[in-house]
Ligand binder design. Structure first.
Ligand SMILES: NC(=O)c1ccc[n+]([C@@H]2O[C@H](COP(=O)([O-])OP(=O)(O)OC[C@H]3O[C@@H](n4cnc5c(N)ncnc54)[C@H](OP(=O)(O)O)[C@@H]3O)[C@@H](O)[C@H]2O)c1
Length: 193
C-alpha cells in the first residue's frame, strides 16, 4: 500500500516509518526539511518536503497515495494560534483533500488528553471529549470532532488513535518525564504534556 506519513521525522514517525518499510509498504514521508528526511530516505522512503499548512505541498504529497497516517502535530513551545493552525485546521484540510482523492484509510493520531481527567476508571472511546483548557488538547479535540463530521458527511475512511504516553527504543520521553517528575509535587504521577 502507498502510505503518506506526516510528522515522519518525529518521535513516533521516525520509528513507525522503518517498520512500515520492513513490512513491505511503500511510504512517502512528509518532513519539513530535506535534511530531516535523510535517514528515512536511506531506508527506502520517498521524501516529500513541506508544511502541513501548505495546501499545495499537501496536494503533491497526496498524489497516488492510498492511505494517510497523520502524525504531524505541534505539541508545545508554539503560540496557541499556531497549535490550532497545525493540529486542527491543517488536519481538517489534509483530511478533506484525502477524501477528495479517495484514500482507503486516514489514521489520525490524537491524544488521551481529549478525555476528562479524574474519571476514576479507564476512559472509554465513547466518553464525551472534555480536554483541558490548553491549546494542545483543545486543538486535538477540535480536530477529532471535525474529522468525525467529515467521516459522517463525506465518507472519510477514518481511524482515530488516541495515543497516551509513547515511549521506547531510544525515545527520550520516559527519561524526560522522570526528570520532570523529580521537579513535580509528590502526588503527581506524570507531568501534563
Ligand atoms: N509521543 C507521545 O507520547 C504522544 C502522546 C499522545 C499523542 N501523540 C500524538 O502522536 C503524534 C506523534 O507524536 P510525536 O511524539 O512523534 O511528536 P513529535 O516528535 O513532536 O513529532 C511531531 C512531528 O510533526 C512535525 N510537524 C510539526 N509541525 C509541522 C508542520 N507545520 N508541518 C509539517 N510537519 C510538522 C514535526 O516536524 P519537525 O521534525 O520538523 O519538528 C515532527 O515530525 C502527534 O500527533 C501527537 O499529538 C503523541
Amino acid at each position: 500500500m502507498r502510505i503518506l506519513v506526516t510528522g515522519a521525522s518525529g518521535r513516533v514517525g521516525s520509528r513507525l516509518v522503518p517498520r512500515l518499510l520492513v513490512a513491505g509498504e511503500s511510504v512517502r514521508a512528509l518532513v519539513r526539511t530535506s535534511a530531516a528526511g535523510e535517514q528515512l530516505k536511506a531506508l527506502g522512503a520517498q521524501i516529500a518536503v513541506g508544511d502541513v499548512r501548505d495546501g499545495s505541498a499537501i496536494e503533491d504529497a497526496l498524489a497516488d497515495v492510498e492511505a494517510v497516517i497523520h502524525l504531524a502535530a505541534a505539541f508545545r513551545g508554539v503560540p496557541d494560534g499556531e497549535a490550532f493552525a497545525i493540529n486542527h485546521q491543517a488536519t481538517v484540510d489534509i483530511a478533506r483533500q484525502a477524501t477528495r482523492r479517495g484514500v482507503m484509510r486516514f489514521v489520525h493520531a490524537s491524544t488521551n488528553l481529549v478525555y476528562p481527567g479524574g474519571l476514576g476508571r479507564p476512559a472509554r472511546e465513547d466518553d464525551e471529549l472534555a480536554p483541558a483548557r490548553r491549546a494542545y488538547p483543545q486543538s486535538k479535540a477540535a480536530a477529532e470532532r471535525a474529522l468525525l463530521d467529515l467521516h459522517k458527511q463525506a465518507g472519510l475512511p477514518l481511524r482515530i488513535v488516541r495515543l497516551a504516553f509513547v515511549y521506547g527504543e531510544g525515545d527520550p520521553h520516559l527519561r524526560e518525564a522522570l526528570q520532570a517528575r523529580g521537579r513535580a509535587c509528590g502526588r503527581c504521577l506524570l507531568p501534563a504534556t
